[in-house]
Design a protein around this ligand. Structure first.
Ligand SMILES: C[S@@+](CC[C@H](N)C(=O)[O-])C[C@H]1O[C@@H](n2cnc3c(N)ncnc32)[C@H](O)[C@@H]1O
Length: 279
């Protein structure tokens, strides 16, 4: 597995910890298995800066957004970009007929398949894994796997954008909007540029770099980025704000006008209605 794919075991370890709390916000009963020992080692190595509460909040925000969107929009194809060790296919209450596409690096998908080989497939839903490099052409392999660009889709881009250079981020988000039928939705997360430069973040960032997964991209204005890449922004939330707190965020939330604050943003966007589309 590439070094960057190990970070999927790190986030899985955080989901295991939340799952094991009595007041858990969600249950991911597969998280401990897919995190393996390395996930917990990384959790310790990358500790600090609210990582564990943030990952609980991010998972909860996206779980709820995904379930709501699929239900409200009657979407039947959900694409996880850089799915990592995500197990939402197994653990979320999907309506019948949903197909979940999981895109990630081939070695990660192979390792995940081995770790989850004994899990029974839930009925009424389908999961298709698509080994790709998301900085190269990936829509071809996704089409071959059965995804249809003429039907609405829910895209989930969680825990990926900071690993990519800015041009790759912009290309990726623009490809998503260009391939979205009316009614499609994008949810995900991104960090602020200050999170890459703040001295307090340095030890954490140095660890990521030493491990071969430097964080490369952040923006102070996710709204501008997403709009420029073809999306109508419905909401952007920082952890700790209403709708993105869930009783987990231990810090005060700095107003957006305060400069040089390391931040994370959770977002939900709609594809702009095509001319003449009255949906
Ligand atoms: C921090 S993990 C996030 C995984 C999952 N979405 C989550 O939130 O737990 C980052 C993931 O991005 C994947 N990744 C990074 N660069 C990639 C690329 N160029 N193509 C495909 N996947 C990539 C890694 O393999 C890894 O699974």
């Amino acid at each position: 597995m590439e070094a960057v794919s190990r970070t999927a075991q790190w986030t899985a370890a955080a989901r295991a910890l939340e799952t094991e709390r009595e007041d858990r916000l969600f249950a991911d009963p597969y998280a401990r298995t897919v995190a393996d020992g390395i996930g917990f080692e990384l959790l310790e190595r990358y500790a600090g800066a609210g990582t564990v509460p943030f990952l609980a909040i991010r998972t909860t925000y996206l779980d709820r957004a995904i379930v709501r969107t699929v239900e409200e929009r009657s979407i039947r194809q959900v694409v996880f970009l850089a799915a990592g060790m995500d197990t939402r296919f197994y653990r979320l209450p999907w309506p019948d007929g949903v197909t979940v596409y999981e895109l990630d690096r081939p070695a990660l998908l192979d390792a995940k398949a081995t770790m989850l080989a004994g899990e029974p497939q839930p009925a009424g839903r389908e999961r298709r894994t698509v080994p790709v490099d998301l900085t190269q052409d990936w829509t071809g392999p996704l089409k071959e796997a059965g995804w249809r660009s003429d039907e609405p889709v829910l895209w989930v881009v969680e825990g990926l954008l900071f690993f990519l250079p800015e041009d790759a981020v912009r290309t990726l988000i623009s490809i998503l909007s260009a391939h979205s039928a009316p009614g499609s939705v994008l949810v995900g997360d991104v960090i602020s540029r200050s999170a890459l430069t703040n001295p307090l973040s340095r030890p954490f960032l140095n660890c990521l770099k030493e491990d071969g997964n430097p964080w490369l991209f952040g923006t102070e204005s996710p709204e501008e980025l997403l709009t420029e890449c073809g999306w109508d922004v419905r909401e952007v939330k920082q952890p700790g704000e209403e709708g993105a707190d869930f009783g987990r965020w231990p810090y005060q939330v700095a107003a957006r006008e305060v400069p040089r604050v390391p931040r994370s943003f959770l977002f939900t966007c709609d594809v702009p209605a095509a001319e003449g589309d009255t949906r």
